[in-house]
Design a protein around this ligand. Structure first.
Ligand SMILES: Cc1cc2nc3c(=O)[nH]c(=O)nc-3n(C[C@H](O)[C@H](O)[C@H](O)COP(=O)(O)OP(=O)(O)OC[C@H]3O[C@@H](n4cnc5c(N)ncnc54)[C@H](O)[C@@H]3O)c2cc1C
Length: 392
């Protein structure tokens, strides 16, 4: 019998498994094999530091973010005091799984099917990949870290079948050398309704490769055409395409992450991705960490209410940032006029500093009081239409 079985071996599951074995628990994690998680792969320095990610996993270091408006106005934001790292999920996820295994977690390659219970404990059923057999891992607790559209969440936790999603699609291409359009040390973020009517498009360099894509929560948007258009607009239409892939990004953390009995969720399975940016890797790893803390507490005290700690700890740290990003998405992603205004705001050096501080270090920092006041007034002026869309 394992103390904990983790379903999923992505950033959240691998982190939860590694943390739990390090705190002296017996752990297995089940991951199905053979699919690279579609992902832009941008990670903040806070992730690299907190989760001890070696330099070898960082395939590009981004020093500038370029915001592009519907009328093609551009603002280049320098990334001060550090860089945004780029990871390749093909190698990053496997690195995390190997690290969890090396720490002492048992790695099972197979597909989770269901959870049953009897007097002997909780049984996690899976199809074992190598043998094709249906097998069972017995445990005291389960961490559901099986990503967006989680089967564990759907079956076990109220609300797990109702998480809203954006569908994100991207193409991994062979990156060109630096051109007038493309810079291997710059991320481009495209706010243009013709590319995405409700989210954004991106060009993220990854060393020898780049990710070009967009997301939308609206039905009827042709994601492949939007990405093809974005490639033309970015001068990348003739680069060789290595992979085309898409996946859902959850839009809102669930109200409950546990089933009040023996299951707690982590990462995308709990709906945890930052609004506005769609950033999920860092939050998935934090989610894995707090799920491991909650599971360890529950195993020690025998109180199932301790599983609630996962959400509580996460929200204590990140609720405010999620709230600000959610308000920003509601205000500025709704029309091209608003997107134009958003890029205008991004010209402000104080907006740049505060936004990137929040992204890089995951804290809302206090700037000079006058800077806050100025940003508030500019924000209001744009949202009420008092100033022209292009006023910076
Ligand atoms: C196109 C796109 C671009 C993105 N770009 C970025 C970005 O640049 N930066 C960023 O921070 N975030 C980005 N995200 C979000 C980020 O990818 C996710 O938030 C993050 O991967 C969540 O990690 P996770 O461990 O919770 O889930 P996942 O990474 O989805 O991992 C879940 C794991 O569970 C396994 N699994 C699923 N079902 C089963 C099953 N039945 N049995 C066994 N195993 C199972 C899967 O194989 C997988 O390994 C992007 C997402 C998309 C779709």
């Amino acid at each position: 019998m394992f103390d904990v079985v983790v379903v999923g071996g992505g950033p959240s599951g691998a982190t939860a498994a590694a943390d739990l074995v390090r705190s002296g628990h017996t752990v297995a994690f089940i991951d199905r094999d053979g699919r690279i998680k579609p992902c832009g792969g941008a990670v903040p320095p806070r992730l690299i530091a907190d989760f001890n990610i070696p330099d070898s996993q960082i395939v590009a270091r981004i020093r500038t973010a370029r915001m592009i408006s519907p009328t093609q106005r551009q603002v280049d934001i320098p990334i001060e005091n550090g860089y945004v790292g780029m990871v390749d999920r093909e190698h990053f996820d496997e690195f995390l799984r190997i690290r969890a295994e090396a720490a002492g977690a048992e790695r099972i390659t197979g597909t989770f099917t269901k959870i049953t219970r009897d007097d002997a404990g909780t049984h996690v059923h899976y199809r074992h990949k190598a043998s094709g057999e249906d097998r069972v891992a017995r445990c005291k607790l389960v961490i559901g870290a099986d990503g967006a559209r989680s089967n564990v969440a759907k079956a076990e936790v109220p609300g797990g079948d109702k998480i809203p999603y954006v569908i994100a699609y991207h193409e991994i291409i062979e990156a060109p050398a630096k051109t007038e359009h493309y810079d291997p040390m710059r991320c481009d973020v495209i706010y243009d309704g013709a590319i995405s009517p409700d989210f954004y498009g991106w060009v993220f360099p990854h060393g020898a490769q780049a990710s070009v894509g967009m997301g939308t929560g609206l039905d009827g948007v042709d994601l492949k055409k939007a990405t093809a258009d974005l490639r033309v607009a970015s001068g990348l239409e003739n680069c060789k395409t290595i992979r085309r892939e898409g996946a859902p990004i959850p839009l809102r953390p669930m109200d409950r992450w546990d089933n009040g009995r023996d299951v707690v969720l982590a990462g995308d399975a709990a709906g945890v991705v930052a609004p506005s940016s769609g950033e999920g890797i860092y939050y998935a790893m934090v989610g894995g960490r707090v799920a491991a803390t909650a599971a360890a507490a529950c195993l020690t005290t025998g109180r199932v209410s301790d599983l609630k700690l996962a959400r509580k700890l996460f929200m204590r740290e990140h609720k405010q940032v999620f709230r600000v990003l959610g308000a920003m998405q509601n205000a500025y992603y709704r029309s091209d006029a608003r997107r134009e205004r958003f890029v205008s705001l991004c010209h402000d050096v104080d907006v740049q500093r505060l936004t990137f501080e929040a992204y890089m270090n995951k804290k809302l920092v206090k700037a000079r009081p006058l800077a806050h006041l100025k940003i508030g007034v500019k924000n209001l002026a744009h949202l009420t239409g008092l100033v022209a869309q292009t006023r910076v």
